[in-house]
Write a new protein. Structure first.
Length: 316
């Protein structure tokens, strides 16, 4: 049976990011605020799935804390808050805001070279979303590290992301991922036990995938529609089993992020509109860098290249 194998990346030790002097940071942030105020930026939903605040609208009141009768938040106040969050989390620049979600979602098909027999009738396998928007999508796999600072950082910076979970790693702390879900993060399937699926029979693959669907239904009240096979490896049985479990999409990745580098699938070693970025729930035991360190490196790379992080689910 045909096997589609992804190259497994080795991890390297991370490197902590350092902030510049307080004076230089203050000057840089002030300059960014002036520049941002003169730019008609697009807005999008934050990682909580709430509509972006609009001047004088209900979304603005919600952004102000949801208190009844709260004064609308002005664009300048929003930008000031974004700059303050960036400074708090030691980012030189605030994350760019993604454009509004497309009204018509793009048609997604299996990437050339990733097909299995009969792939036309199976969930598509893809590494990027077809879009002209200068956006990328951030995804985290497995669930080993449960860093509360990561949750706080992503929420305060309003960085959207998607999680692909394996139950054997998350079952000891479902509450951590429930908090993530409550903030609007979509929790998807990464199999029960993170086994190498192509080595298993169809029935055993189905038990891994459907078993995780059941576990996530029990823990989080919802059965995912997206599945990422462990190591990115799959065969025809994997996709057939996934479809039978209710899976509709197999997002892989075009880039992989670590605390001190990015690895790329494409020959030019660059980001492209619609690229999916893979990283993991990992901490100092694995990378000698925390999850906030990882996010800082990823966001510096993404922002410096002019990309915003968008919600994957807005395009699926």
């Amino acid at each position: 049976m045909q096997l589609v194998r992804q190259k497994e990346q080795k991890t390297l030790h991370g490197r902590r990011c350092t902030a510049g002097s307080r004076g230089r940071a203050g000057i840089a942030l002030s300059a960014l605020l002036v520049a941002a105020l003169g730019t008609a930026c697009g807005t999008s939903a934050d990682s909580g799935g709430a509509p972006a605040p609009t001047k004088g609208g209900k979304g603005a009141e919600a952004a102000a804390g949801g208190a009844a009768g709260a004064a609308p938040v002005t664009r300048a106040e929003q930008l000031k808050a974004r700059l303050a969050a960036a400074k708090k989390w030691k980012l030189n620049k605030p994350p760019l805001e993604a454009p509004p979600a497309p009204k018509k979602k793009p048609e997604i098909s299996t990437r050339e070279g990733f097909e299995v027999e009969g792939h036309e009738n199976l969930p598509p396998v893809f590494t990027a979303i077809p879009t002209q928007d200068k956006v990328v999508f951030l995804t985290f796999d497995d669930g080993a590290e449960k860093d509360p600072e990561f949750l706080k950082m992503m929420k305060e910076l309003k960085i959207p992301y998607t999680a692909f979970l394996s139950d054997y790693l998350v079952r000891d702390d479902y509450a951590y991922f429930k908090e993530m879900q409550a903030a609007g993060v979509t929790l998807n399937n990464h199999s029960l036990n993170h086994r190498y699926l192509p080595a298993l029979s169809y029935d055993k693959q189905r038990a891994e995938i459907c078993g995780q669907q059941d576990a996530m239904q029990r823990a989080f009240g919802k059965r995912p529609t997206a599945f990422r096979p462990p190591y990115g490896n799959y065969n025809e049985d994997t996709l057939r089993a996934a479809k039978s479990c209710g899976v509709k999409a197999i997002p892989l990745w075009n880039a992989e992020a670590f605390p001190n580098r990015m690895d790329y699938r494409e020959w030019d070693r660059e980001l492209h509109p619609g690229d999916i970025i893979l990283t993991h729930f990992r901490g100092r035991e694995d990378w000698e860098g925390s999850m906030p360190d990882l996010v800082r490196y990823v966001m510096k790379t993404v922002t410096d290249r002019g990309y915003a992080v968008a919600r994957l689910e807005d395009y699926l």
